[in-house]
Design a binder for this molecule. Structure first.
Ligand code: CAA
Length: 240
């Protein structure tokens, strides 16, 4: 039986490329999305991948979704916590709602979905968890104290949970993407983005597939000795 993989934020951008890559590896992929029904339906029609709408920052909604997916598709053995948002602004302009939204969605979601799938993985003696961090969680970024804190938190969360999962055959790793050509990065003001690209040694933005390749590697059945690591995929912009 093909293993079931849940990819959060899995219908657009980096997440969509991850969903596709895991499907190509023979996984039964389930893609979560938060709001964009049109994009999700188009993705489902094009790929044949089942999509589930729920808010990853809401524990009760995650609980309901995991129950549903488990009953309908099977136990989740591969979890990719990819869903993320930005609410950029300097601290002076950042109100508490911008802080909470980013922390709850980007980091709280990792707690929610790991908490809800970890026991099942333990029972199966197999699990693959990949949390999508960020170069900005490693290096910081002007205008992103919320996002950098959440992504940095993801890197710490990953290393802690890796220690808890290792003896049960569960690996927990992170990927730290650099600037990837997605809607999120295209929303950065043009002049700011040009300066950022100028600092990328590879001379270009990343492609969503560059990140998906890393997830495919880290979730492979035989990648069982790789755990607690952070794979930076950033065109050389930051070496950590
Ligand atoms: N370092 C130092 N100073 C900087 C700076 C930097 N990196 N960026 C901007 N500034 C300065 C400007 O020069 C300007 O200074 P002056 O007022 O003296 O001219 C000042 O900061 C502007 O400050 P404001 O409070 O007016 O800021 P703003 O409202 O114009 O917007 C911002 C600031 C929201 C941070 C905007 O610059 C921005 O969006 N920056 C990009 C942030 C970014 O990289 N986000 C990443 C999104 S993609 C992502 O997160 C994915 C991933 O994982 C990589």
């Amino acid at each position: 039986m093909a293993r079931v993989a849940l990819v959060t934020g899995g219908t657009r951008g980096i997440g969509a490329a991850i969903s596709r890559a895991l499907k190509a590896q023979g996984r039964t992929v389930v893609a979560n999305y938060g709001g964009n029904d049109t994009a999700a339906q188009a993705f489902a029609a094009e790929t044949g991948i089942k999509v589930y709408k729920f808010d990853v920052s809401d524990f009760a909604a995650c609980q309901e979704a995991v129950k549903h997916i488990t009953a309908e598709i099977g136990p989740i053995e591969i979890l990719v916590n990819n869903a993320g948002i930005t609410r950029d602004g300097t601290l002076a302009k950042m109100d508490r709602t911008m802080w909470d939204a980013v922390l709850d969605t980007n980091l709280g979601s990792c707690y929610n979905l790991c908490k809800l799938t970890f026991d099942g993985m333990r029972a199966q003696k197999f699990g693959r968890i990949v949390n999508i961090g960020s170069i900005n969680g490693q290096a910081g970024q002007y205008g992103q104290v919320n996002y950098a804190a959440a992504k940095s938190g993801i890197h710490g969360f990953t290393k802690a949970l890796a220690q808890e999962g290792a003896r049960f055959g569960i690996t927990v790793n992170a990927i730290a993407p650099g600037y990837v050509d997605t809607d999120m990065v295209r929303a950065v003001p043009g002049d700011v983005l040009q300066k950022i690209i100028a600092r990328i040694p590879a001379g270009r933005l990343g492609k969503a597939e560059d990140i998906a390749r890393g997830v495919a590697f880290l979730t492979a059945d035989d990648a069982d000795f790789v755990t607690g690591s952070t794979l930076s995929i950033n065109g050389g912009q930051h070496m950590y």
